[in-house]
Unconditional design. Sequence first.
Length: 438
Amino acid sequence: MFTKPFAVATHKHIAELIIKHRRNTLSVQENEELNAWCNLCGENQLLFERLSGPGYDNMVELYNSLSITETGGKVRPLFPDQRRKRFIKALGYAGIVMCLLFTAVALNSIFNKQKDRYKKNELVQQRGSAINDNKAPDLHRVQLKLANGDVVYLDSAVDGHIALQYRSAIFKRGDMVRYEWSTGNAQPELEYNTLITPRARKFVLELPDGSKAWLNAFSSITYPTAFIGKERIVQITGEVYFEVNHEPVALGKVEKKPFIVYVNSIPGSLGIGAKVEVMGTHFNINAYGDEPVIKTTLLQGKVKISNQFLQVAGTGRVVNEPVEKGNESAALQTTVLIPGQQAQISGNGRLEVIKYADIHEVMAWHKDLFMFNDQHIKRIMQQIARHYDYDVEFADRVDGHYTLTLTRQSTLDQVLRVIELSGGVQFTVEGRKIIVSQ
């Protein structure tokens, strides 16, 4: 967490960070903040490099000869002579003022140029920018689709600040993107971003309320840039593991409000999906389009599950209506899960509860494992295809069931060889396709 939101940092504060960088006394948090400010635009980076150059060494040497306390900014003189004390003290303050004033003046022109950049959905350009320029999205990369239509490719984006949307500052670090509350204009209405993972990639999202979502390969989550309503609503496809914050922070205040997940409809099911309502809990949802059921598995806390008839407006806003009650098999059903249970919603809308779910198998992907307990070969190959980004073709009717555990760090050849050694199946790899036969 940064010590101050850099978007509202004063010129003096940035100047102090640059000087502390020259003195090699930056804390880890201050170093993060300075790096984020440098990444804000090319002008910031050029100014930083200029002020870090040899032309300002004399000023910095003077500053380095002083010992500054963190509280009052007072100077402890290094010489015992009182006259020298007074001289060094006066010189010290002059040096500090010179450093800060010069840097602040330079920063002032930069900040003035940037002033109108802090508007809603303004994307902050980085060095080596990963922003899509209105081209067709690359479906093989991790995408962050912003509410204004811009797409950021997170797998190639530089770590640091990537966007500011009203009071939400977006940061990226490694395989995680997170939202932090910041000062700024109040958000008048909900606006939605979408995080998308391709096959063979996973990613982590920290939502504006502090809740976390781990996306498995070939998954997505659509969520508001700030939870400003009475509910926290997101929508997912694929597989996502959630750890929901029980006491979320909204616009700088702790506000308890329900967290609701809408799940995509099952193909061929006339729009039947799921609604999961939680209040601070850990759970996993598996809702891939090629799976016959939507599975919600509870690890901690309590969730309420409903089968739903889903429609998604073009704006990203989720609208849902109950399943038609005239269809008996798809009548509206609701159940409450306790830890260790799993709710399954099938293509006809029927909701069933598994009282003793295999938690280890459900969460294997989150622990970077393949774990199959008497699983049909087709279910196994679906996971392998998503993880390694291969297509699968069944040349023969294969009905084998297999039990095995492997690390997902294994190569594709290693995984296929282990399954082959179990008997009843053979694999042929042609390009990006795996052919399954007896």
